[in-house]
Design a protein around this ligand. Structure first.
Ligand code: MRU
Length: 337
């Protein structure tokens, strides 16, 4: 299943806010609706919002012709670029398509298709390279890697990319190779991408799994319940510090305590050499309401304020290695990006 694609002059996406109860296709025909879809997480995950942003610029070129009203076009492109700040893929893909959109809407669309296809190829490469790396690291830390238990967070599957995914692509490949004992996704409060989306995708691939509440992750690692932790990334800084879904840092601390390999899986399009370290990464705050209620049901008294960082930064010192579509960087062996 493709998370999103360009169909008859519009972007069509699986509306991820409706999963797992309903598999609904959302057709987006305007830039304003695309920006709203990105903001409310109908489409989400760093590579997927990069592809959505690329198609958004192509749409902007067709609907707000830069040769006719450059101001309206620039405003439309800026609204896409600024829809979410943490994942570098969104701004990067918008910036990549922009010069082509100034030439023609057709050239912009061709580039957006290219980005979609590159992300798909990247997922396949990460799955293979990541599975090899997991097997190597698990064998070195806890013996023969024949029944691997992999903990993960958020959703890093096909829904977060175009197909297959990043960290979840690795888990899928381990399953296809017959060496996955179980996946252990944490539910990922407040929007439950682990509980709603990752379990949905694991079920579809027929991979054994058990769902955890977020706070069980580090404790279960300390108890020896997992052989590896695999996460995706929204932005990898030049020094290797990695922004990913809130809760990733807690898992990294738990993994370090338990001496379990902690692996980041992300395409090269998520590596941001222009950001020196994690301190410079803007972390999206999504406001109090998502914390004080769960799917429309209040879980705190009316008027409760909340802090809601959508992401955290795991320092490179807690990351064993980064697997991309092109390389493996062993931070645990002193390698650098
Ligand atoms: O807020 P989300 O659901 O967009 O957050 C997504 C994540 O944090 C993913 O782990 C990350 O984008 C990598 S996905 C391939």
């Amino acid at each position: 299943m493709r998370s999103l694609d360009w169909v008859n002059e519009a972007v069509e996406m699986v509306d991820q806010t409706k999963l797992p109860q309903t598999i609904e296709t959302l057709r987006v025909e305007t830039v304003a609706d695309l920006v709203a879809a990105i903001k409310r997480l109908s489409v989400r995950g760093a590579p997927a919002i990069g592809v959505a942003g690329a198609y958004g610029v192509a749409m902007a070129a067709a609907l707000h012709r830069p040769d006719v009203d450059r101001g309206a076009f620039d405003a439309a492109v800026a609204s896409i670029r600024d829809a979410r700040p943490t994942a570098v893929n969104l701004a990067r893909m918008v910036d990549r398509v922009l010069p082509l959109a100034l030439e023609s809407a057709e050239s912009a669309l061709t580039e957006a298709h290219k980005i979609r296809d590159e992300e798909l190829q990247a997922s396949i490469a990460m799955g293979d390279r990541g599975a090899d790396t997991v097997i190597e690291l698990v064998a070195a830390s806890s013996g023969p890697a024949e029944a691997i238990r992999a903990m993960t967070i958020c959703n890093t599957g096909g829904l977060a990319t175009v197909e297959r995914g990043t960290a979840l692509a690795v888990i899928q490949t381990l399953h296809e190779r017959g060496v996955l004992a179980e996946a252990l996704p944490v539910e990922t409060r407040p929007l439950l991408q682990g509980g709603r989306l990752t379990t949905f995708e694991l079920q579809q691939m027929g991979a054994p799994h058990r769902l955890l509440v977020d706070s069980a992750g580090p404790f279960l690692l300390a108890q020896g319940a997992a052989d590896v932790v695999l996460i995706g990334a929204d932005r990898v800084a030049a020094n290797g510090d990695t922004a990913n879904k809130i809760g990733s840092f807690s898992l990294a601390l738990g993994a370090a305590h338990a001496n379990v390999p902690f692996i980041v899986v992300a395409p090269e399009s998520t590596v941001d050499m222009a950001t020196a370290s994690g301190e410079a990464i803007e972390i999206e705050d999504r406001g109090a309401e998502e914390v004080a209620s769960v799917r429309g049901v209040a879980v705190a008294p009316n008027g409760t304020d909340a802090v809601n960082p959508a992401f955290d930064v795991t320092p490179v010192g807690l990351i064993s290695c980064l697997v991309t579509d092109k390389r493996v960087v062993r931070f645990d062996k002193g390698e650098v990006l």
